[in-house]
Unconditional design. Structure first.
Ligand code: XMP
Length: 519
């Protein structure tokens, strides 16, 4: 959000895999921060951003290589505390007159132990039980520290594991305090923020007030439309915007016939009853299902659903006079412009369905009140706004819905069977108190019939696969280790209660190499 009145910290990104974790750790300490790639941090940007402190991230390059990334010189002259991490340390040493070496004996990967040398304010609370465990991941190391710096900690392969120039509040560490494998890392950040004078003013209560004021200013007396899926992000965005502008907001909930059992009623009731919101319930099941019936290619399904969704949304939005804005639940991880060293375009694994194509087509301006937040912050904001826990804790559900949990041909009959099996499975998970431990769980109906025997008769019905994964962000995932008792009981219930399924399997593929959804 522009014109934020919070204390701001700038993270200059040199392309580390874990830069986002720095931001996570700081947000947990109630500090507002933004990540920006080093190339974008010009002198003018720095002056405009006015950070109260700066952190240089790690990165994969070597400062000994000509043309490798550098920090903006102006950063060193702003009089604000700086913390350099890994590559960030090396770049600091290099630019301020020290030396960095690469080659034999300079690398260190994984767990290491740092031995203290003297005391330093940002290490308050460290070394209380001897050497401190840290996580290292570096090829090069500093071989000569910059003038004004002193060494405050060493490790077997990093003689300058912790260096600092306390007179300028410049700190540089070779290890990664942002990862969990540096158990006392949060303490180091806390000390750094304290000496930089952060007041910890980034709370969801403060954010809510600020976001509401910003939405009112942006929208004025115009109307906003919001695609509501019932997922956490769009729900929180809608409630926040509703709080800001009331009946200038109209939500559109598109029922494409690919929702779970009872889902449409649940979402519509919850918003109508609790929020008195203008909500269009677009029942377009027939439109979607008549086009999708018989379709089996995963990408064709996704593209068809995406196209129809846009058409339907546009049709209903056209009826809302004076709509100039479209609200989206974009999150911070979607907008971070990370430094990419791979150079090549990444492969499209799946065409994700979202409303991204809409604003251009419809000539609408965007309202994105969550674009500074991480997923868990969105949940915290949802709680702050009074959304029920049962809503906030819901498992993610993909835009194309059950269509991508029905590999092979889509038929209405298969969708009905799938809906019933999924309801039994989720009921089992809830009954066993496992729902909140699992990132996402669902049933996929397989395009194969198998022979079974029930009572004295032969059956020839569909097989299904149960899926349940744990994950932090959906990017990687592990299958959930259910007990055999749970799996056995669930299989029995599905076969007994759902006509059309006579065999149940459990998917034990993690991501990678699998994906979470089957298509
Ligand atoms: P995959 O299957 O790619 O899924 O491992 C990762 C996460 O994204 C969800 N997903 C989607 N969400 N539109 C969405 O809004 C989509 O098209 C879509 N495809 C997958 C999936 O459910 C999981 O949480």
């Amino acid at each position: 959000m522009e014109n934020t009145s919070h204390d701001r910290l700038l993270i200059i990104d040199f392309g580390s895999q874990v830069t986002q974790l720095i931001a996570r750790r700081l947000r947990e300490l109630n500090v507002y921060c933004e990540i920006h790639p080093y190339q974008n941090v010009t002198d003018a940007f720095l002056a405009g951003f006015a950070p109260k402190a700066i952190i240089f991230s790690g990165g994969p390059d070597s400062v000994t290589r000509e043309g490798s990334p550098r920090a903006p010189e102006a950063a060193f002259n702003m009089g604000v505390p700086i913390l350099g991490i890994c590559y960030g340390q090396q770049v600091m040493m290099h630019q301020l007159g020290g030396r960095v070496e690469s080659g034999h004996g300079t690398a260190e990967f994984g767990r290491a132990y740092v031995t203290p040398k003297g005391s330093l304010n940002i290490l308050d609370g460290w070394f209380t039980e001897g050497d401190e465990q840290v996580w290292m991941s570096h090829g090069d190391h500093v071989s000569e520290i910059a003038p004004g710096f002193a060494v405050y900690g060493t490790s077997p392969n990093a003689p300058y594991a912790i260096t600092a120039d306390p007179s300028r509040n410049f700190f540089a560490v070779q290890f990664h305090p942002e990862v969990h494998h540096t158990p006392n890392g949060a303490r180091l950040f806390e000390n750094f923020l304290k000496l930089a004078g952060f007041s910890g003013d980034w709370t969801m209560g403060a954010y809510r007030e600020q976001a509401i004021a910003a939405i009112r200013e942006q929208v004025g007396d115009k109307r906003v439309i919001c695609g509501l899926s019932g997922g956490v992000d769009s729900s929180v965005a809608a409630v926040l915007i509703h709080e800001a502008i009331g009946d200038q907001l109209t939500c559109v909930f598109v029922d494409h016939g690919l929702l779970r059992q009872g889902e449409a009623e649940e979402v519509v009731t919850m918003f109508r009853d609790n929020y008195n919101m203008a909500l269009i319930h677009a029942d377009e099941q027939e439109l979607f299902l008549s086009e999708l019936e018989g379709m089996s290619d995963p990408e064709t399904k996704r593209k068809t659903i995406g196209r129809l969704f846009i058409d339907v949304f546009q049709k209903h939005a056209n009826d809302i006079e004076g709509a100039e804005f479209l609200a989206q639940g974009t999150l911070y991880p979607d907008v971070i412009e990370s430094v990419s060293f791979s150079g090549g375009p990444s492969v499209t694994i799946k065409s994700h369905h979202n409303v991204g194509g809409l604003p251009k087509k419809m000539g609408l301006k965007l309202v994105e009140p969550l674009r500074e937040l991480f997923k868990d912050e969105v949940r915290a904001l949802g709680r702050e706004l009074g959304l029920p826990d049962s809503f906030i804790g819901r498992h993610p559900f993909p835009g194309p819905g059950l269509a991508i949990r029905c590999p092979g041909e889509i038929t209405r009959a298969k969708l009905d069977i799938l809906r019933q099996a999924d309801a039994v499975y989720i009921d089992q998970i809830r009954k066993h108190g496992l729902y909140d431990e699992i990132w996402q769980a669902f049933v996929a109906i397989l395009p194969v019939r198998t022979v079974g025997v029930m009572g004295d008769g032969r059956t020839y019905d569909y097989a299904c696969a149960l899926r349940a994964v744990t994950s932090v962000d959906g990017m990687t995932a592990d299958y959930y280790p259910f007990s055999h008792e749970f799996l056995g009981e669930t299989a029995t219930r599905i076969i007994n209660e759902v006509k059309g399924i006579n065999r149940v399997t459990y998917d034990i593929t993690s991501k990678p190499p699998g994906t979470i959804e089957w298509e």
